[in-house]
Design a protein around this ligand. Sequence first.
Ligand code: HSE
Length: 424
Amino acid sequence: MKKHKIAIMGFGTVGGGAYDILTGNADHIRSTQGLDIEIAAILDRSVEPLKKRGVSENLFCDSVDALAADPDIELVIETMGGVRPTKDFIVKLLTAGKSVVTANKELLAKHWSELEPIARAHGCGLFFEASCVGGVPIIRALGESFQGDKVKRLYGIINGTTNYILSKMSSAGLSYEQALAQAQEKGFAEADPTSDVEGYDAAYKLSILASLAFHTCIPYTSIFREGITKVTARDIANAHELGYEIKLIAIGARDGDDVEARVHPLFVPKDHPLASVSGAYNAVYLNGDHVGDLMFYGAGAGAHPTGSAIVSDVVRALSAPPTYCDFRNDGKIDGAINAVGDFTSKYYIGMTVEDKAGVLSRVATVFGDNGVSIRSAIQRPCADDAATLVFLTHAAREHAVMRSLDTISKLGSVGSIDAMIRVL
Ligand code: HSE
């Protein structure tokens, strides 16, 4: 059996996970896939990560040029993350004819259009199953299934950090700050959590998933994005009272040439399958015009789930000549596509007002004047002369709701607009 020599570039959590699987299950992969895979080199900044995992220091390599020049290495797993210098390293490797397997959603969302032509030109593969939703084979499903279907909608919980934080807020009544601190303690959130909590990570992933699902380019820059930092314990309590959980949801929808792509907190009805996806778990719920509703669920991050997705790409890359999917991401929306900014949704809105005659009716009048219909309203006293108002609206246009809130915030008796969260 031919031996396939490969390398790992970046030996952190995910690179280590892929190493564990490739070494621990080497016999299984050999007998079931007919592939004898040897990890011949590990590139990192220092030898420390190898020592920490008890891996032979002989595998240590500190030069991407050495990897690119090694004729025995067929493929490189990229688990360094980030854009620089990772992109330059991948360009070198592809140019040298090495296939690359990557988990790097940011790089793909930003630079796929530069990298893929290099892979094609040099007859090597560029695989990215591990870039979205960890161990869940969603990239392959979108690329190789539903060919007869038009995918109409895709709702995803595709960021484990924010789902962990919101789940803790929901189950333990924690504030956002307390839940974030707990997520950081347990290793579910980075010391700088911006990319996760502000929705960038989810937007990169949605750009990849929606581009594949809708067979068009959805640049991450065109995705409406709002993070979870403004969600409060009070919003969660109100959501529970009204029969909802709050989740950070990535939404893609295509109706003819109209495409919506957005990432924001969403009230999800408690009986919707996505409401029960908790902790660091991920799920993608999609609807095709013939297949109907499907839900993919599993660990969205972590060494071994993501490592498993990487190994599946390694096996695929080493088993057959590279194939190329119709994923495109060149930063531009196709001319025929209409990116819908003024989408329709239902809304949860909270505000604090003076508790005196006529205030509720003035607020309601503004909504009415903008064509926003109120479905339910709750008023609670919060101080001697103040009250909180909580509204759920019927489906309304985003811009109409924003216009209403702008006008309402300027009414003399309105102290603050405390919350505006869209409702599924
Ligand atoms: N920070 C990411 C998450 C890791 O929380 O889902 C996987 O991309």
